[in-house]
Write a protein that binds this ligand. Structure first.
Ligand SMILES: [Zn+2]
Length: 184
């Protein structure tokens, strides 16, 4: 679980506490029925890093929720994985923060990546991810331009929670909006 997989600061603990009281609090690890078309993002700006945790139905990226069966489906998966790994094209962080893409971790049991997926038993499957960016001025970041709606047909809405030195924010982004901003 998230509590043991990363170092916890006071800020992160506060963020986790805040997340736990919200209806869509579930991060990637939590067992729950997902909503097709919806992507959940937890953005944590802390120290020199911006970390984006993404939870999404696999359907959003490839149009199905199981292992690929045809060449076309395999190509759809390969294309989606390639695009998600190039996360600095999907998440363009406020240039003031001067960030560079660091490690990207993708998790989808249906695609043979990562751990078993609770949603699989309901005929559903997720594709979750962690995108880490290293920045010279992370605390200055006030927005992220998100290209997920352009890159993929499936997503219609992004539910985002942001924990940053400016405070904690909850934002909804609906297609075709692209800018996730916080503070004033
Ligand atoms: Zn589903």
């Amino acid at each position: 679980m998230i509590l043991t997989s990363r170092p916890l600061s006071t800020l992160a603990l506060t963020a986790l506490f805040a997340l736990s009281s919200l209806p869509f609090a579930a991060s990637a690890q939590t067992q729950h029925a997902h909503v097709h078309g919806q992507i959940k993002l937890d953005v944590v700006v802390e120290g020199p890093t911006v970390v984006i945790e993404m939870g999404s139905p696999l359907d959003n990226f490839v149009g199905f929720e199981r292992a690929p069966r045809t060449d076309a489906e395999k190509k759809a998966v390969d294309d989606a994985v390639t695009q998600l790994r190039a996360a600095d094209h999907l998440f363009k962080i406020d240039p003031t923060a001067n960030c560079k893409l660091g490690p990207v971790t993708l998790r989808s049991a249906a695609l043979g990546m990562g751990k078993p997926d609770a949603n699989a038993t309901e005929g559903h499957a997720d594709l979750d991810a962690t995108f880490a960016f290293n920045c010279t001025n992370a605390a200055a970041a006030k927005f992220i331009d998100i290209d997920l709606f352009n890159a993929f047909k499936g997503p219609r809405q992004i539910e985002a929670q942001i924990a940053s030195p400016q405070g904690q924010f909850k934002r909804t982004l609906k297609r075709p909006a692209t800018r996730l901003s916080w503070t004033k």
